[in-house]
Design a protein around this ligand. Structure first.
Ligand SMILES: Cc1cc2nc3c(=O)[nH]c(=O)nc-3n(C[C@H](O)[C@H](O)[C@H](O)COP(=O)(O)OP(=O)(O)OC[C@H]3O[C@@H](n4cnc5c(N)ncnc54)[C@H](O)[C@@H]3O)c2cc1C
Length: 331
């Protein structure tokens, strides 16, 4: 049966393009690393390896890391959080809410970090789905906690909402995205109710996080909780040894490769085209070719280029992304 499209098409004309951006997803063979390690006279609790789903996991890994800190130190010990992307900020907030004295050290802070680039959709993608290092059960529990915590945040201040995501039938999602109980199984449509040529596909509902709003709200909360954020770059563990705090939480993402000699870390470059914001009320997910309606920009993805360290926005890739999405909606 034919259904009329109930959603507006995006305007993908050249005049609407704001910028092209690129960033490196902090991936890790083995998946998340969440464990304490003695380093010299300090204890380092690692919290990195979030790959293509760090916004999705951040609130859950913050709680898991704070639990580890509670287990391996006394509640009066001050703690240092290394890194001020989404993972460092959520971890620092969780620790401060538990009454810990917290200071953050990072070379880049909040909106200057990679975390600013993400859309972000709540979906466990771009990570080793076998989770050999933490195990599937622990991963699922972190994912559940993360979703529940995101749902408890003030949606208007943190920019968290429910969103319908449409996928053409040929976009073959890994069924493990949905086998963890955090997102309902996709619903099949004979004809997707979106603009463009008639096509079958599926849809699912998930959370969408407007990352610039989330980062702003986290920094506001940290200010209110008296957490100091210090701009500082560390070259090696000798630099870390000079910190006053004896408990450190490592949220340096790709930075952990050099700082903690973890060779299993690798980047997966993403390139995005930002257009003027358009409040469409739906997202398209076609593998890493996606369209997200963030409040500050309509975001078109993308690529997942493993082991590419070059963060320069690539104009040819940007053109390919635009062409793909224009064809998708062309009638
Ligand atoms: C194009 C793209 C799209 C994405 N889409 C999504 C999505 O839809 N959903 C989702 O959940 N995720 C998405 N992601 C993934 C998500 O953005 C990342 O997993 C997440 O931002 C990682 O956060 P982080 O805090 O670990 O790292 P970062 O944001 O990179 O922060 C690392 C911090 O460590 C600091 N640091 C590093 N080294 C040092 C050092 N030596 N000294 C001092 N400080 C240091 C940095 O300055 C920074 O403060 C996307 C990523 C990209 C690139």
């Amino acid at each position: 049966m034919d259904h009329l499209s109930t959603f507006q098409p995006p305007d993908l004309s050249d005049q609407r393009v704001l910028r092209v951006v690129a960033g490196l997803r902090p991936c890790r063979r083995g998946g998340l690393r969440l464990e304490p390690e003695p380093v010299g006279s300090k204890v380092v609790v690692h919290n990195y390896g979030h790959g293509g789903c760090g916004i999705t996991l951040s609130m859950g890994t913050a709680i898991a890391a704070a639990d580890l800190v509670d287990q391996c130190s006394s509640s009066s010990d001050p703690v240092a959080v290394l890194g001020a992307g989404i993972v460092g900020l959520t971890t620092a907030r969780e620790l401060a809410l538990r009454g810990r004295r917290v200071r953050i050290y990072a070379s880049k802070i909040g909106h200057e970090t990679l975390s600013m680039l993400a859309g972000a959709l709540f979906l466990p993608v771009g990570i080793d789905l076998e989770h050999p290092d933490i195990g599937k059960q622990r991963f699922r529990s972190i994912l559940h906690t993360s979703k529940a915590s995101l749902q408890k945040l003030d949606p208007l201040r943190f920019g968290v909402e429910n969103l319908t995501v449409f996928e053409p039938a040929y976009a073959h999602d890994d069924e493990r995205y949905f086998d963890n109980g955090t997102i309902d199984q996709p619903v099949l449509h004979d004809r997707l109710p979106i603009p463009g040529p008639p096509r079958c596909g599926h849809s699912f509902e998930t959370l969408f996080i407007h990352t610039p709003m989330m980062l702003s709200a986290l920094i506001e909360d940290l200010n209110d909780l008296d957490v100091q954020i210090v701009e500082q770059s560390f070259r090696d563990t000798e630099d870390l040894a000079k910190l006053d705090e004896s408990v450190l939480i490592n949220c340096t993402a790709l930075g952990s490769r050099r700082l903690f000699h973890d060779q299993s870390i690798y980047p997966a470059r993403g390139v995005l085209v930002h257009l003027e914001p358009q409040q469409l009320g739906y997202a398209i997910h076609d593998g890493f070719k996606y369209m997200f309606p963030r409040k500050d920009a309509l975001i078109l993805g993308g690529v997942f280029d493993e082991n590419v360290w070059d963060e320069t926005p690539d104009e040819q890739i940007a053109q390919d992304i635009l062409t793909h999405h224009r064809r998708f909606f062309a009638v």
